[in-house]
Write a protein that binds this ligand. Structure first.
Ligand code: GDP
Length: 468
């Protein structure tokens, strides 16, 4: 910050910190000093893929926090009605007048239910959810799992359940297509119990709501249940500070420049604010809400479209409103360096090779594993044997398993959850292989169950032979 040490020491003394010139101070003190000189301190969190650079935010006082709307992602198997359900909610809950006759698709929308609001992310599916998460955005508060009542729990239903669980996001089940004569909600509930989702009416704690995206039956009930679960989560944010949030979507549009959909997580964003998102920076030139209306400011959980960024940011990237243009540009420049470095020196996710060191350093207390195999029987055998290796120091947790090749979605989940993938008599497909190399996800392939168990055991003891 180009200030002589004597000035820094003076400021420190005024803050009650008696420091000498070669004394180390902690980040909090450093950031307070930086602020005194008109800078915002950025913490360089090494090896934290999610947030390398953080614009330091003051902690919120409890009295500054107010209730905010929940943010929902809709997940489920293909053709079970995710898109139809999102459309039905939009159609029934956003009046023509509100929407000015046109419905604006900006990647997320907000509905109003008796004065309470809910935000829906408009890109359904656990792939989008986990892709966002692997880039650092954990914006979903509740997952709505859509299961077609005339079908059943399908592979992608199970994936969705595991992806939501890995992110610790509560699940509400929407049993869809109940208008069909072949619908059998009870069969769905029965099948869900096998995956740990026990319906409330059967003594569990999973809310299941029968709905039809076609007749709109049950939709109001679903929305009420969402509000109920949100109420229990006590979602809060401080609207009275500079905004921070996530990039939902972004594109370059002719005549408008960079158009980015943002979801505000905390604070309030205003027209004219200086903003940075990864390597993109700029001023908010215009702000449009999900109803196509021009607005001047937006608070927590609100999705908005903004114009004015220097380049197209990556979805999932965190955006920050900062003091001025200069700072925004500086942070963006700094982020460019970080990305360059990261590409050169991509940090390895957890791997069997360095497991022992990480356990010893206390860095790892739980090993997340994804199992893919050719038959269900092998999955069960592997699952039980691996989980049994858990000891006092470290627990082995199977976060997802399934029959079939290792897919991109598996790798994405492993990347977002820092998990190891174990394949038994299966291989990663091409895309998964490439992604695993990029994301540095450890994939271990086996043909003998015993070898998989032995490797894990050796890795935990630190005697695993390196792979060549
Ligand atoms: P997605 O792949 O999960 O997004 O599923 P879609 O929303 O595209 O729906 C797949 C098909 O199921 C479409 O032909 C829909 O019209 C139909 N569908 C969706 N919801 C319902 C429903 O509640 N009842 C009936 N009868 N059909 C539905």
């Amino acid at each position: 910050i180009s200030r002589p040490p004597s000035e820094v020491i003076k400021k420190l003394m005024l803050l009650g910190i008696m420091a000498t010139i070669n004394q180390e101070i902690d980040f909090d003190s450093a950031s307070m000093i930086a602020e005194e000189f008109g800078y915002i301190a950025i913490e360089d969190k090494e090896n934290n893929h999610q947030e390398d650079f953080i614009v330091q935010e003051k902690e919120d006082k409890p009295e500054d926090l107010v209730k905010r709307p929940p943010v929902i992602t809709v997940m489920g198997h293909v053709d079970h009605g995710k898109t139809s359900l999102l459309d039905a909610i939009r159609k029934t809950k956003i009046t023509q007048k509100e929407a000015g006759g046109i419905t604006q698709h900006i990647g997320a929308y907000m509905v109003n239910i008796n004065g309470e609001k809910i935000t829906f992310l408009d890109t359904p599916g656990h792939e989008a959810f986990t892709a966002m998460r692997s880039r650092g955005a954990s914006i979903t508060d509740i997952a709505v799992l859509v299961v077609a009542a005339d079908d059943g729990v399908m592979p992608q239903t199970v994936e969705a359940i595991n992806h939501a669980k890995a992110a610790n996001v509560p699940i509400i089940v929407a049993i869809n297509k109940i208008d069909k004569s072949t619908a059998s909600p009870d069969k769905i509930k029965q099948e869900l119990t096998e995956y740990g989702l026990i319906p409330e009416e059967w003594g569990g704690d999973t809310i299941c709501v029968p709905v039809s995206a076609v007749t709109h039956e049950g939709i109001d009930n679903l929305l009420e249940m969402i509000l109920l679960v949100a109420e229990m989560q006590e979602l809060k944010a401080n609207p009275n500070k500079r905004a921070r949030g996530s990039v939902i979507e972004a594109k370059l549009e002719k005549g408008r420049g960079t158009v980015a959909t943002l979801l505000v997580e905390t604070g309030t964003i205003h027209i004219g604010d200086a903003i940075v998102a990864g390597t993109a920076h700029g001023r908010v030139r215009a702000m449009i809400d999900d109803k196509g209306k021009r607005i001047k400011k937006a608070g927590p959980s609100m999705p908005i479209e903004i114009l004015g960024l220097s380049e197209v940011p990556v979805p999932g990237e965190t955006f920050y409103v900062v003091k001025d243009d200069k700072l925004a540009r500086n942070i963006a420049e700094k982020n460019k360096e970080v990305i360059r470095e990261r590409q050169l020196n991509q940090t390895q996710k957890i791997s069997l090779d360095d497991l022992f060191t990480k356990i010893k350093e206390g860095e790892v207390k739980e090993i997340s594993v994804i199992i893919k195999a050719d038959v269900q029987g092998s999955i069960e055998a592997l699952k039980q044997s691996l989980e049994r290796l858990s000891n006092d120091e470290v627990k082995i947790k199977i976060i997802h398993s399934g029959v079939g090749a290792i897919s991109e979605s598996d790798v994405m989940l492993a990347s977002a959850s820092n998990a190891i993938i174990v394949g038994f008599n299966v291989r990663p497909d091409n895309n998964a292989q490439n992604l695993a190399e990029k994301e540095k996800v450890d994939i271990r392939l086996y043909r003998v169950i015993y070898n998989a168990i032995e490797d894990m055991q050796d890795a935990m003891k630190g005697i695993l032979e390196p792979e060549y």
